[in-house]
Design a binder for this molecule. Structure first.
Ligand SMILES: [Zn+2]
Ligand SMILES: [Zn+2]
Length: 351
């Protein structure tokens, strides 16, 4: 099999050829059809997250091991399975849920494998889909996609379930109040589309890039706001008629988190999803006096992935801009993403 691997943090991914593994036990082997390129791949590739104040969290100290095949948004065709992999149909096209835990602890048993302290996430802690074959440890992570387009389904594995999970955390208020989405890149447009499909009121989208604001407006945002405007918070408060009930920060910088806090109404929630990095200081009396919540949301659970795919089967695929590129373009695709040249999503397809 061929894989593009991170062998050294920040250095170009290397093409590595190795024998294609045989599935054992409950393992299922997929031939990769589509692998989405995600912004978080840039952090994994670099090997750190910015923590603000010049501090960094080193991913190699958090259990990520090199060489690593990245790629966590994968659709493939089942080619073989181990003897204990029950209910697997050879030839079926499936989405691989990448947010895998140990499967044994109480957290995993509750359905929150994404919060397990022994993560096995595909493309992060175990080899992912920037390859022609992908091994998945158990069939419970696989969802048949029928005749849905693989390149359009792949981004649901991260971009989709991450924004779906964040929108669910926003709670009942966004049924009849606009949600504020900060960041109109691939994740933002996905969030906007899913919010609509879920039957919520609508979204106000904030971005510093006019091209991305245009894309959000065309995709049906109720309003778009320049996050760099000195009165951005006042504009959000005006657009939400008194402050936001829920702000989903898909960037996660010092500036966007601060803007989120400044834009909330009483009882409002800031949900931080993006990993850009930074820090903020919040006066503690604001928490009780404004009944404010700041929380994080990390990807999504296996039950949320199932709900999301049910939603897609009922309402259709989210219409996000998408471009396919051959797998061999992986380094160029990652560099374009870093340079901010990509609107929507790039999905790699092995030749
Ligand atoms: Zn991702
Ligand atoms: Zn676990």
């Amino acid at each position: 099999m061929k894989s593009f691997q991170v062998c050294e943090c920040g250095a170009p991914l290397k093409l590595v050829e190795a024998p294609t593994p045989e599935p054992v036990g409950t393992q299922v082997l997929l031939k990769v059809i589509a692998a989405g390129v995600c912004h978080s791949d840039l952090h994994i590739w670099d090997g750190f997250y910015e923590l603000g104040g010049g501090k960094r969290m080193q991913l190699l100290e958090r259990g990520i091991k090199l060489p690593l095949t990245m790629g966590h948004e994968n659709v493939g065709e089942i080619v073989s399975a181990g003897p204990q992999a029950k209910g697997v149909k050879i030839g079926a096209r499936v989405l691989a849920h990448p947010w895998m835990g140990c499967g044994e602890c109480t957290v995993c048993k509750r359905g929150d494998e994404q919060l397990c302290k022994t993560p096995r996430n595909l493309g992060v802690f175990s080899n992912g889909g920037y390859a022609d074959y992908l091994m998945v440890p158990h069939p419970r992570y696989l969802f048949e996609i029928g005749d849905l387009a693989p390149e359009k389904v792949a981004p649901l594995a991260c971009s989709g379930v991450t924004t779906y999970g964040a929108l669910k955390k926003a709670g009942a208020a966004i049924k009849d109040e606009p949600v504020v989405i900060i960041g109109a890149g691939g994740l933002g447009l996905m969030c906007l589309a899913l919010n609509k499909m879920m039957g919520n009121k609508g979204a106000i989208v904030v971005d510093i890039d006019p091209l991305k604001r245009d894309a959000a407006k065309k995709a049906g945002a109720l309003a778009v706001i320049d996050g760099n405007a000195p009165d951005a918070a006042q504009q959000i408060i005006a657009a939400t008629k008194g402050g936001a009930w829920a702000v989903i920060d898909l960037v996660g910088s010092s500036a966007t988190a601060q803007l989120g806090v400044d834009s909330l109404t009483k009882g409002g929630k800031l949900i931080i999803v993006g990993l850009f990095g930074g820090d903020i200081t919040v006066s503690t009396p604001f928490f009780p006096m404004r009944a404010m919540a700041i929380m994080g949301s990390y990807v999504g659970s296996l039950p949320e992935m199932k709900e999301l795919l049910d939603l897609v089967r009922a309402k259709g695929l989210p219409p996000i801009p998408l471009r396919t590129r051959p797998l061999s373009d992986v380094n160029a695709a990652l560099n374009d993403l870093r340079a901010g040249k990509i609107v929507g999503r790039v999905v790699l397809t092995p030749a």
